[in-house]
Design a protein around this ligand. Structure first.
Ligand code: ADP
Length: 625
């Protein structure tokens, strides 16, 4: 019988499949099963108008069979089947179902791109098989035909016998090579695994004979191995069920088994959306961050299904970075199976879904914050850092989405509070939101500046993560209120009179202060008297946008060396030390130099800045003693 030639494009695609460098060969089975499922769908729709099949919907099924000796894997369905002409046109010419210009794409694309852009479809069988035989019979016809091909040099079609209507596809599995162990596709266990991974929710039973241990008849403890048809897929996706049919336990179990978490999620979002795009989404916020969450290895993304068939395991485009901790899936019949990383990016449907999901996640987190503070704090402990990075990243593009989800420790409430809560408690005279960066809340409590602000009755937000201050600076303001670092020199708690008096003091002691500044050199930008320190003698404050804490954070980054905050050494004008300095300036300037260094070192110690020259400090203290 004469061999027929594949159409040029088909031949090229087939060739790519045969020599595929596509690593995930498992998906061939997904493709064949979803074709079978489509064929059953088609039969179903046909039979609504005129039933020629005589089958009830309960009889619809997909069967898999393995034959190790013959090295065959068979996929059968009792769906619509293909006539001789259909075999010819569907399998001899691959005209993709999508409207993509297949031919143009082929000219200048690599194999992997092709597979990505056009989906793999039926020809993917050639990734694992060296010969493929399709036997098919249309319902209502008694003729059956066989299509067969061993690769690019063509295919044959001939009449054959087939007892029942539908399609049977037999793959003759390739021999193993050094790189590829094709024999695994003859292994029941492997096939089960692929089906449950990719085709679990196909709405028709996928049956396969499998070995099970059964109690021997007439005995109580003797088992025998029997081979029984077993259904490999669970068929009903949880997310397709009505929400009122699903218990919290169902949701949690599903999450824990699907995403391998020992802990139930802190938040579950199940949404069914109809409109521009129709989709179901089932999303979870884990209770804790995975061990690799804050590392480069972490890959964000949601599972993407179309009609219950998994088409992508981690679709990154569905989640913004600031919500990358969300796990879950999206199922939409509006997406095509032939979707890939490349095409997804351009897919505007996907963009709409992603936008909707972002809004939904945000509003559900806000609800949680409002209704279950404890759970929200648990969430924030795990992922607050990510939200704060989200505010800071992309030049603040997402700050408005995120600002109401942030929590900071409050000096007056002694717990985490939102910016809105802070603002609602602000005193009438208070113009700005005070914050204090530091290593721990205890250490910040000990800062001289904190003392001063608290004694005026103002609340302070304690920032203990490196990113905090960067995030607040990116926010710039909240509800019209700016942010002020209590450790910055612009801290302004004084009345006009107090300010005047202080200015006078600084002016009168100009020479003393510049002497101190000269002594300390580049370590500080200026030395000044202050009246904001109650019991402390000195503090270090920063001028300009970069605070001391930010200097520390940046200093830890590998490529940000040499960035320095502009520091001011402030000396408490009401402290006895101030008088001592004034005296020494007249009587003993050498000693005054040592005092300057000691005061600067104290400032460093209090604000957690490392001491430039510990040996010298030690000598100075001993001298004094
Ligand atoms: P796609 O499924 O994207 O259209 P395929 O290459 O997978 O592309 O299949 C080509 C065509 O062959 C399908 O559109 C369908 O009409 C037909 N086909 C494939 N498998 C079956 C099957 N099991 N039963 C009936 N028709 C099938």
């Amino acid at each position: 019988m004469a061999k027929k030639q594949f159409k040029a494009e088909s031949k090229k695609l087939l060739d790519m499949m045969i020599h595929s460098i596509y690593t995930n060969k498992d998906i061939f089975l997904r493709e064949l099963i979803s074709n079978a499922s489509d064929a059953l769908d088609k039969l179903y729709y046909h039979s609504l108008s005129e039933d020629v099949s005589g089958l009830s919907r309960d009889d619809y099924k997909i069967e898999l069979a393995l034959n190790k000796d013959a090295r065959t894997l068979t996929v059968s369905d009792n769906g619509c089947g293909m006539s001789e002409k259909e075999l010819e046109s569907n399998l001899g010419t691959i005209a993709r179902s999508g409207s993509l210009d297949f031919k143009d794409g082929l000219e200048n694309a690599s194999g992997v791109e092709i597979i990505g852009q056009f989906g793999v479809g039926f020809y993917s069988a050639f990734m694992v098989a060296d010969k493929v035989t399709v036997v098919s019979r249309v319902h209502g016809s008694d003729e059956a035909f066989q299509w067969e091909s061993a690769g690019v040099d063509g295919y044959t079609i001939k009449p054959t016998e087939k007892e029942t209507a539908g399609t049977t596809i037999t793959l003759h599995i390739k021999e193993d090579t050094d790189e590829e162990k094709y024999s695994e596709y003859l292994d029941t266990y492997k096939i089960r695994e692929i089906v449950s991974k990719y085709s679990d929710y196909i709405r028709y039973p996928i049956m396969m004979d499998t070995e099970t241990q059964k109690l021997k008849e007439g005995t109580e403890d003797e088992y025998e191995t029997v081979i029984e048809p077993t259904q490999l897929n669970s068929m009903v996706p949880l997310w397709r069920k009505n929400k009122n049919e699903i218990s919290k336990e169902d949701y949690d179990n599903f999450y824990q088994s699907k995403f391998y978490d020992y802990e139930a999620p802190v938040l579950t979002i199940h949404s069914k959306t109809e409109g521009q795009v129709t989709y179901d989404a089932l999303l979870y916020v884990p209770s804790h961050a995975a061990y690799d969450y804050y590392t480069k290895n972490f890959e964000k993304g949601l599972q993407l299904y179309t009609n219950g068939v998994l088409i992508m395991d981690k679709c990154a485009d569905l989640l913004p970075d600031h919500f990358s901790f969300v796990k879950g899936l999206v199922d939409s019949a509006d997406l095509t199976l032939n979707i890939s990383r490349e095409t997804l990016q351009q897919d505007h449907l996907l963009k709409i879904i992603a936008k909707n999901l972002e809004k939904k996640i945000k509003s559900e987190l806000e609800k949680l914050l409002k209704n279950d503070r404890e759970a929200y704090e648990k969430f924030f402990k795990a992922f607050g850092l990510q939200l704060k990075f989200g505010v800071y990243n992309s030049f603040g593009a997402n700050k408005d989405t995120l600002k109401d989800l942030l929590l900071f420790y409050s000096s007056s409430e002694k717990k985490l509070v939102t910016l809105a809560e802070y603002v609602s408690r602000m005193k009438e005279a208070q113009k700005t939101i005070y914050y204090a960066p530091g290593e721990t809340t205890d250490k910040i409590d000990l800062l001289p500046q904190a003392d001063a602000v608290k004694s005026k009755g103002f609340e302070i937000l304690y920032l203990t993560d490196d990113v905090d201050e960067f995030a607040l600076q990116m926010l710039r303001e909240y509800d019209g209120k700016t942010f002020t670092n209590i450790c910055a020199d612009q801290l302004d708690l004084d009345s006009e009179d107090e300010k005047k008096a202080l200015e006078g003091e600084n002016e009168a002691n100009k020479d003393l202060l510049s002497f101190l500044k000269e002594t300390l050199g580049d370590a500080v930008n200026a030395v000044r008297f202050t009246n904001k320190l109650k019991n402390y003698a000195v503090c270090l404050t920063s001028e300009g946008a970069l605070s001391l804490e930010m200097e520390k954070a940046l200093g830890q980054m590998p490529n940000a060396q040499g960035i320095k905050a502009q520091l001011v050494l402030e000396i408490n004008i009401a402290h006895p030390v101030a008088e001592k300095l004034k005296t020494l300036f007249v009587t003993d300037q050498e000693k005054l130099k040592d005092y300057a260094k000691l005061l600067y070192a104290q400032g460093c110690l209090i604000s957690g800045k490392s001491i430039d020259d510990p040996a010298e400090l030690s000598r100075l203290i001993c001298d004094l003693m």
